[in-house]
Design a protein around this ligand. Structure first.
Ligand SMILES: [Zn+2]
Length: 139
């Protein structure tokens, strides 16, 4: 497998079913980003954008995600930062950081699901949240 060192970002409304390697898909309406793991393993990585999830920075040319992307639920356990469309590889994460990150995301998704916003409660969004939870292996 070949580790990528850059990603091309693409703003979309809906995340496509078939993802291209090396592309970071960003859906502002659904406040989420998705890409295939930058290690080349082919797993789908979903990073929801939220105050306590990930934050996206778009400088007009390139995007950055914060905090880092830690794919500890995949066999590759790859960990990297996406900064200005580049992939900066990091070492293995500590176990307690992994657990804290997972707990944070679980709370964030639960909060979205119990939201009273009518748009958030639409059937489409509900199935999207369900897919998100499955992808994140929180269930
Ligand atoms: Zn991987």
């Amino acid at each position: 497998m070949r580790r990528l060192h850059e990603l091309r970002h693409e703003f979309v409304e809906f995340i496509p079913d078939k993802l291209e390697p090396g592309v970071l898909y960003i859906s502002i309406p659904y406040a989420t980003t998705t890409h295939l793991c930058a290690c080349g393993c082919g797993n789908e990585v979903v990073n929801p954008l939220a105050p306590h999830g990930w934050q996206l920075t778009f400088d007009g040319r390139s995007v950055s995600l914060s905090p880092s992307v830690g794919n500890w639920s995949f066999p590759c356990e790859s960990h990297y930062w996406i900064r200005r469309d580049r992939v900066d590889w990091a070492g293995a994460m500590q176990r307690d950081q992994i657990d804290a990150g997972r707990e944070r995301r679980r709370r964030e998704i639960d909060r979205h699901q119990s939201g009273t916003n009518s748009e958030l409660a639409s059937p489409d969004t509900r199935s999207w949240r369900q897919r998100l939870r499955t992808l994140l292996r929180l269930e």
